[in-house]
Design a protein around this ligand. Structure first.
Ligand SMILES: C[S@@+](CC[C@H](N)C(=O)[O-])C[C@H]1O[C@@H](n2cnc3c(N)ncnc32)[C@H](O)[C@@H]1O
Length: 260
């Protein structure tokens, strides 16, 4: 067994994160760069260090999960969601069950809540938002953001749903209450069910084809008939019909009726 294979096994025992499901070349290069920052040689002494020191362990998890996010990321896709997809979903269910999977700092589920509020009152909106990184979930729950992460958000949303504190912005309590943040590993934990909409963007790109295939099947099983999956800009699903998902618009897939 080579050193990276051994390290992957140890990381799995330590964190439950299966690095074999992430694209190897990219992941290995990132981890080795982090280890070298400490002047260590991959991998044994670094493993001892993350086992012994909480802050180094948290840094490792944070680093390998890549938390980049922003409000209203790829605006044109959110416009499609608002103008075409949500009206269709709300036509079937006035209180849709929604999951923002791999939600990072919360920018995505909060964007969802603000858009949904065009159609339904905030106190009727419920969004499950999950991520593997516990530290990032704390940040999401705190809900304080820099101007940079809000740059793409339409100004009317910024004015209505945020309070400015110095050079940062705090999301209002009424929006926070729409979102239920939970820890969840897409590669191993059971998925929420009976969903009208799953938003999972900019994470599948890091996974191997095999891991992605498993996830698509599980997404399909989690959706209600005619539920919709919204993916990231570089994550279009090849041969989506294999997973009983039919392309509805670019980046949107609807669960196909299996009895047709
Ligand atoms: C680049 S961010 C995407 C955030 C957001 N969805 C967006 O598009 O702006 C990727 C997120 O995936 C999370 N992640 C990575 N592996 C995961 C896994 N196995 N299960 C759940 N979340 C995971 C990371 O912690 C990170 O917050």
């Amino acid at each position: 067994m080579n050193d990276y294979e051994w390290f992957k096994g140890e990381v799995y025992k330590l964190s439950g994160i299966d690095l074999s499901c992430y694209k190897e070349k990219q992941m290995k290069r990132r981890i080795e760069a982090l280890i070298r920052k400490y002047g260590m040689e991959p991998y044994e002494s670094y493993l001892q260090a993350i086992k012994a020191k909480n802050d180094m362990y948290n840094e490792f998890i944070n680093y390998l999960t890549i938390n980049v996010s922003e409000f209203y990321r790829n605006p044109e896709q959110w416009e499609v969601l608002k103008n075409e997809i949500l009206p269709m979903i709300l036509n079937v269910n006035k209180k849709p069950r929604i999951w923002s999977a791999a939600c990072s700092t919360g920018d995505e589920p909060y964007t969802l809540a603000m858009i949904l509020n065009n159609f339904i009152p905030l106190n009727e909106i419920r969004i499950i938002a999950t991520d593997i990184d516990r530290e990032i979930l704390n940040k999401a729950q705190t809900g304080i953001y820099s101007a940079k992460s809000l740059a793409g958000l339409p100004k009317n949303y910024l004015n209505e749903y945020f309070t400015s504190i110095g050079d940062t912005y705090q999301i209002k309590e009424s929006v926070k209450k729409c979102v239920d943040f939970k820890h969840h590993n897409l590669l191993k934990d059971p998925y929420p069910t009976d969903l009208d909409l799953i938003v999972c963007r900019n994470v599948l790109i890091y996974f191997t084809e095999e891991a992605k295939t498993n996830i698509y099947y599980k997404f399909n099983a989690s959706l209600k008939p005619h539920g919709v999956l919204f993916v990231g800009s570089t994550e279009q699903i090849i041969m989506s019909s294999k997973f009983n998902l039919k392309s509805l618009k670019t980046f949107f897939y609807v669960k196909e009726n299996q009895n047709k």
